[in-house]
Design a protein around this ligand. Structure first.
Ligand code: SF4
Ligand code: ZN
Length: 312
């Protein structure tokens, strides 16, 4: 029987794309190492950076918090957990609890901001009062959450905001942008520091080279409790189709996701589009249009009052 390639221990996980058999302990160590390598390869952190970690309460973000707390132990970098409560009754409360519990357990400070505090409207209310059926729940949620995270990060005085996007998330977004012809979004998502400043605080994705199933396995092995229920607004979007296609391809051709990641990195750093950097005429946030995505959404859900208030 094949043993763990690193320590000769009991085999637990076969990493098909690299041909490694690993025991439980070496698998966990490999995830910590991979994250450390990704951070250093893409120069994600500078010495002494204060890191804000966006924690939703799901397996990816709780694993990221756990990993960063572990690999920055004894270093100059301080970590804070940033938690956004969108206001989804019967669903979000549990996730927020997991996020707070894990932060406390790790001895990490945390800050919470709700949509109600930031925009004077919960996601439930926004969805109920939208009159435009083209406006998907996840578009409202994602756009408002990104800004809420920026506000939290600024408030907490962090230098950099770490999000838990894993390899699969990054690839799905890349393919979706290709399919919708949104080359500008591909440029905006690039890692280099010269990317257009659409966020108030610099973003990093330390898990971008770790497949989703390995992050889930890490959470399971470290005994991290996370929310398993799915959001009531989750819809079968094109993302699910892209996810299935990529998973099928990876099964037949192990390593193909990493090839696609290389293509994404090359394309995104070489693509040139007209940088339309300006500020939103309503809230003054960085925006590529006259009115930013947040104010556009708040206006479309007939909540102009909020759009004006977030400027204050
Ligand atoms: Fe928000 Fe959509 Fe995720 Fe639900 S599934 S939390 S609505 S982005
Ligand atoms: Zn705006």
């Amino acid at each position: 029987m094949q043993r763990c390639l690193r320590c000769g221990g009991e085999p637990f996980y076969y990493r098909k794309y690299s041909g490694e058999m690993l025991c439980r302990g070496c698998f966990v160590d490999s995830i910590l190492e991979k994250t450390r390598r990704t951070i250093s390869k893409y120069k994600m952190l500078k010495y002494g950076d204060k890191i804000g970690v966006a924690v939703s309460g799901g397996k990816d973000s709780l694993s990221l918090l756990h990993i960063l707390a572990n690999i920055t132990k004894g270093h100059a970098s301080e970590i804070v957990a940033l938690i956004v409560d969108e206001g989804i009754e019967g669903y979000r409360e549990e996730a927020v609890k997991h996020a707070v519990d894990e932060a406390k357990q790790l001895g990490v400070k945390y800050h919470i901001l709700s949509f109600k505090e930031a925009y004077h409207i919960t996601l439930d209310e926004a969805i109920k009062q939208r009159q435009d059926s083209d406006l998907a729940s996840c578009t409202i949620c994602g756009t408002l959450r990104r800004r809420a995270l920026d506000l939290l990060a600024k408030d907490a005085g962090v230098d950099v905001l770490a999000t838990a996007h894993n390899l699969d998330d990054v690839l799905q977004t890349f393919i979706m942008n290709l399919l919708s012809g949104s080359t500008e979004r591909i440029v905006r998502s690039k890692l280099s520091e010269d990317s257009p400043p659409i966020f108030l605080v610099r973003r990093i994705k330390p898990l971008m080279e770790i497949p989703e199933d390995e992050v889930a396995l890490f959470a399971y092995l470290r005994g991290i409790p996370f929310q398993r229920a799915t959001c009531p607004y989750m819809n079968e979007s094109i993302r699910s189709e892209v996810r299935s296609i990529l998973n099928e391809m990876e099964l037949k051709h192990p390593g193909i996701k990493f090839n696609l990641l290389r293509s994404y990195l090359t394309i995104s750093s070489n693509l040139k589009t007209e940088a339309k950097n300006s500020i939103c005429s309503i809230c003054s946030a960085p925006s590529s249009n006259k009115v930013c995505a947040v104010c556009t959404i708040l206006t479309r859900i007939k909540h102009e009052e909020s759009a004006n208030k977030i400027a204050k």
